[in-house]
Ligand binder design. Sequence first.
Ligand SMILES: *Cc1c(COP(=O)(O)O)cnc(C)c1O
Length: 388
Amino acid sequence: MKQPDNVYLDYAATTPADERVIARMQEVQTTSFANPSSSHAAGRQSMEVVTNAARQLGALLNIDPDALLWTSGATESNNLAILGAARHRAHRGKHLVTMRTEHKAVVDVFKALEKQGFAVTWLSPGDDGRVLPEVLADALRDDTQLVSIMHINNETGIVQDIGSLGRVCREHDVLFHVDAAQSVGKVHLDLQALPVDLLSLTGHKFYGPKGIGALYVSASPGTHIEPLLWGGGQQRRLRPGTLPVELIAGLGAAAEISAALMDDEYSRLTALRASLWEGICAIDGVHANGDLNNGYPGILNVGVDNVEGESLLLALEPLCVATGSACNSQSQEPSYVLRAMGRSDLQAQSAIRFSFGRQTAPADVEFAARTYRSAVERLRSIAPEAVA
Ligand SMILES: *Cc1c(COP(=O)(O)O)cnc(C)c1O
């Protein structure tokens, strides 16, 4: 079999924009260039494009499109939700709850709030990566104002039970924010049924463009946030600035396409993950850092004893995979997500995240399994005692 130039298996970080998404953006760029906030006919036409995209994204999440704020991505949505809610409710209490396994775009926001005088409880997951509703309930205090817990973890694919966790928050009149960057467009999310007040998403995780995301802010009377930016009157002054019409149109198209493909994709990915695991599980000392039954099937995080992760990553060329989050790839630190799940430094250091997407074919996964097997074998034969 011909060796491919490279096999892209990094879909948990960034998915390529769908061709139809790109076509839609190009169309909008030439036909709807006016500022959607302008009241003239061309402006109104641009606003029509924005409204249509909100309808498409609203349909994916089963919400009123007016509950969406456009942002530059999940990082901004997380900042807006967490800082915005904490500041708005600061006069009522300054206690907040989150998890150690959150994405940096949540962790670092809470760290900033700690420096500003807020108290944060950092929940650790169980060995299975999940937090139980009882554990969350125990962490809540009279002065707790906000809980932020992600839906699907970007390194492990572990899925939190946001329904049960959200109900705990509702019972205690605490706002619930969910970083759903990894789940929107990939699994069903019905925000009318789920007790979620604030939810972050980003386009490039579900075949939309980069640099565009949204924050869902529930219309319930208790859900208020302070803006982070000040300027024009766009988006009810909660997130001012000229709307990037073509990016918004691309996100809307991506939402509609994802809704149509979701179920088939989920089964296809489940088969791909099973096939990769089958191809490597016989390796001595190999283990899955995740949940092969209930975890999101687009991600398989694998560790292996007595092999060093950075060398393994190099040995895996031409596979485009990751040791952890793309955002932390400059650091050689073992993954804090795996450490919080109880893995040792050494175990965490060997972890490789494989992730599958729409373009992944069974042959890519077979190639990945073969490459992984021979890489581990080779590294062990070169330096059998190095990390024993
Ligand atoms: C990718 C990602 C983010 C950040 O999204 P951006 O588009 O880079 O702002 C936040 N949270 C999770 C879970 C992610 O996977």
